[in-house]
Design a protein around this ligand. Sequence first.
Ligand code: SF4
Length: 123
Amino acid sequence: MGIKNNSRRNFINKCFSSGCLFLGGMLLFNCRGKNESSGDESETMIQSNLNDPCNDLTDVSDGEIKKRESLGYVKQSAVPNNSCGNCALYIPAKPDKKCGGCILFKGPVYVEGHCIQWAAVTN
Ligand code: SF4
């Protein structure tokens, strides 16, 4: 009986310790993977935003991003002679900025951009 209890106890200890090792390993692996990937992504995103500031949506809310998507905003117009730069709803870039804006949604807008709400300027 004493030997049986001892072997049962050993078995439970082995299961517990191998389970802990497995869980610990999984936690370590997952944490390491997230940190590496988010670091790479954020570095790439920062570099991309420096090169292309009109594409920087880091301070724009998800709701505003959805608005621009629902309007079919594209950074390069495919419609000849129609672009944000000659749209009545375009907000020209401030002197110290490279990107303009749009009165329909927040965030930077390319002067060459376009969306389905393009409106001719009338004087
Ligand atoms: S309404 Fe559309 S085309 Fe006009 S400025 Fe805004 S995003 Fe550009």
